[in-house]
Design a protein. Structure first.
Length: 238
């Protein structure tokens, strides 16, 4: 006669074995999460792709201050002319260079005047370069000392911004890749658990993320990006 403790022990061993198999599955590449319940398995498929920015924006701001508005404006005009010449020498077309924000401040006209006013007027002008020539902007940003040597003092300079605008060109292939990754994970889980993979019960596509390739500093400051998407798919098990 079999011992009354034999059956529970065998069942416990089977549960431990299944747990070990499932634990090995979680380590598999491309699968971030999986669960089984009501004969379903939910997996996540990951797709990542390195891309290069296709649009660059470079903002150059300069200012002048003084008590004679005409003289201050003339100083700003001289800086503007020097900046335009510098950008033209770097190979930028006129259509790629535009005027940004123009600021005029009269310190005496402010509601709350500072106690140590050194100059009544301050005039500031921003020049914006917007171009698909990312490499040229990158090279120009490293050569801005040439503009400074001409007496143009840049204000609030934060470097160029690099933008990837062609997400639609990689969206379809990346979704397919993430979905295939999820299916591979589900198939592995089904094999390890002694089941057969059925059809899709539900699926959701996560939002696309655009990160700096090196994930250091601001994403906008990096020419090369990393595009990432995660899909979550629930399969039926048979």
């Amino acid at each position: 006669m079999a011992s009354p403790y034999l059956v529970p022990a065998v069942a416990a061993a089977g549960v431990l074995a299944l747990g070990a198999t499932a634990g090995g599955f979680f380590i598999g590449k491309g699968v971030e999460n999986a669960r089984v319940g009501d004969r379903n398995v939910t997996v996540r498929g990951l797709s990542e792709r390195e891309v290069k920015a296709d649009l660059a924006v470079l903002a150059l701001k300069f200012a002048a201050a003084g008590d004679d508005l005409a003289v201050v404006q003339a100083d700003v005009d001289a800086d503007l002319a020097a900046t335009r010449r510098f950008l033209a020498q770097r190979g930028f077309a006129t259509s790629e260079v535009d005027l940004g924000r123009f600021e005029v401040t009269d310190q005496y006209a402010r509601e709350y005047q500072p106690s140590d006013i050194r100059a009544r007027y301050r005039v500031a002008q921003t020049v914006i370069v917007r171009t698909p020539n990312v490499d040229r902007v990158q090279q120009t940003s490293r050569a801005l000392d040439g503009l400074v040597r001409q007496g143009v003092v840049l204000q609030d300079y934060n470097g160029p911004s690099y933008i990837f605008t062609k997400l639609n060109s990689v969206r379809g292939p990346m979704i397919a890749e993430a979905t295939a990754s999820a299916r591979n994970g589900a198939q592995q889980f089904a094999r390890d658990s002694g089941s057969n993979l059925g059809g899709i019960s539900s699926a959701t596509q996560g939002s696309f993320e655009i990160l700096g390739r090196d994930e250091v500093g601001e994403e906008s400051s990096q020419v090369f990006k990393k595009v990432r998407v995660v899909t979550t798919v629930t399969y039926r098990l048979r």
